[in-house]
Write a protein that binds this ligand. Structure first.
Ligand SMILES: Nc1nc2c(ncn2[C@@H]2O[C@H](COP(=O)(O)OP(=O)(O)O)[C@@H](O)[C@H]2O)c(=O)[nH]1
Ligand SMILES: [Mg+2]
Length: 465
């Protein structure tokens, strides 16, 4: 195909992609929160998931075809936060259409109505201005200090119940997903370690090394939407759950049939969960390892799935391939982990590919970049699964990981407190934003006051103790 034909192909693909994106958005729970919702919400969560899986598969096919025919992939124009700022700024300009001056073009206007319209415009403008101010804050420079404060969250169980009540009573739909994950976490007391990194950064290889057995398939493209969870069990086996059919228990040798793109392209089998049990030594009871779907070439779907998973994660191991350049996405992932209340550790994987001085240079570079972007130092360790460099992996495991595994109960509790604290902040921000909507303002004010009164009671109890 010539250049114009390739460009036409990309433009058509983009249009198809936008239409599919709209279909998925229309099915989302957020869609019916708008007073202008076009459709009634008749899809079940399972139907939403299956549709999203199908769409993810079609998007992957388009990406593959573009690569095959050599069509250029359009690069993102800007960051999403910046785009959101311009959209909100444009919404502020659109408020002008409500001014009496414009309305008079549609007929005579009484003085009372003119005053009313000015009031409506001022109200919306103030709400949009607050949103804009929030978006303009930029990267959260004070995040580490804030997280440390949040770790002191007290009485987290009653607090979470109160938050659940507020979210339900006030229909804060956007927060329901995180809430149900937090409630689920509260029931189990396990510690979850997520392994993150681009496709082929060595996640599955590292887990296999830690488990002491080739449990996970290596060198394959994983099914993006489905993380593989691994925990201690009496026998080696895998449980596979599906969107539409009953679960299946299989031997580990059959895992690739469900967890890889090669044998389950586009998640055609509609797998929703994969749980592996192994009787391996380095897996203490109560700790779950999670092999997450790769970011990278499948960035857009993968990132959404990763974000949905983050509220469950207590510790994130982020692998950066020693043979590749660390990308802004790698750093952004660490930031997202911290924002979700998880701890993070960065591993420079495949360190055997570098000689000792180069290895040190890469580790220093990653450490310095992370420190600059996060405003706090973060641990970075070189690792390798090759026998020749096995001492690196052992050193990391003994020095950094083992102490955390030994105290995993406390680590999980601290992470849970940070997560509930962060969630509470999100609830407060949402309530504050809704205070700008006068019809409902008193109800939100009451909810906010209840939250803050709870704080004062705790504080008083602490002082009295
Ligand atoms: N040299 C070297 N290669 C590795 C190492 N770890 C993984 N690999 C290779 O990198 C490729 C991708 O590994 P895999 O574990 O499937 O990566 P994942 O996609 O992140 O799960 C495979 O070909 C592995 O053999 C390592 O420590 N050193
Ligand atoms: Mg893998």
């Amino acid at each position: 195909m010539n250049e114009s034909q390739l460009r036409h192909l990309v433009v058509s693909f983009r249009h198809i992609d936008e239409l599919l994106g709209e279909a998925v958005r229309n099915l989302s729970a957020e869609a019916d929160a708008s007073p202008f919702a076009r459709y009634t919400q008749d899809a079940s969560p399972v139907q939403r998931k299956v549709v999203a899986d199908h769409v993810a598969g079609i998007r992957r096919a388009m990406a593959r075809i573009m690569d095959e025919v050599g069509a250029p992939r359009p690069a993102p124009v800007s960051g999403a936060l910046w785009a959101a700022q311009s959209q909100v700024a444009a919404a502020r300009i659109a408020i002008d259409e409500l001014r009496p001056r414009v309305m008079r073009g549609y007929g005579a206007l009484s003085d009372a109505d003119a005053v009313r319209l000015d009031g409506i415009a001022a109200e919306l403008d103030a709400a949009l201005e607050r949103l804009l101010a929030y978006l303009a804050q930029g990267p959260d420079a004070d995040l580490p200090a804030r997280l440390q404060r949040l770790e002191q969250t007290r009485d987290e169980v009653p607090l979470l119940r109160e938050l659940a009540r507020i979210v339900t009573d006030h229909g804060l739909v956007g927060l329901r997903g995180t809430l149900s994950l937090l409630l689920e976490r509260l029931e189990g007391d396990g510690f979850e370690i997520g392994v993150f990194g681009r496709v082929s950064s060595g996640k599955s290889s590292l887990l296999n090394r830690l488990l002491g057995a080739p449990v996970l398939p290596v060198g394959v493209t994983p099914v993006t939407a489905v993380p593989t969870r691994i925990r201690l069990g009496e026998h080696s086996r895998a449980m596979i759950e599906f969107a539409q059919s009953p679960p299946l228990t299989i031997g580990l040798e059959r895992l690739p049939e469900f967890s890889t793109e090669q044998q389950n392209p586009g998640n055609r089998k509609h797998v929703t969960r994969i749980l592996v049990e192994v009787p391996a030594g380095r897996l203490p009871p109560g700790v779950t390892w999670v092999d997450t779907p790769g970011l990278g070439s499948l960035a857009t779907d993968g990132a959404a799935e990763t974000d949905a998973y983050l509220p469950r994660c207590d510790l994130g191991l982020v692998l950066i391939d020693a043979g590749a350049v660390p990308t802004p996405e790698d750093f952004a992932l660490v930031q997202r982990l911290l924002r979700a209340g998880a701890s993070a550790m960065v591993l420079v994987s495949k360190a055997d590919l570098l000689d000792a001085p180069d290895r040190q240079r890469v580790v220093d570079y990653v450490r310095q970049q992370l420190g600059a972007q996060l405003g706090t130092p973060l641990a970075v360790y070189p690792v390798s699964v090759k026998d020749a460099a096995a001492s690196l992996c052992e050193a990391w495991f003994d020095e950094a990981l083992q102490p955390l595994l030994r105290t995993h109960g406390e680590q999980a509790a601290a992470a849970m407190r940070r997560k509930i604290g962060l969630f509470r902040e999100a609830v407060e921000r949402t309530l504050e934003a809704r205070l700008g909507q006068p019809a409902a303002a008193p109800r939100y004010a009451a909810a906010l006051a209840a939250l803050r009164a709870g704080d004062e009671l705790c504080e008083a109890a602490r002082r009295a103790a």
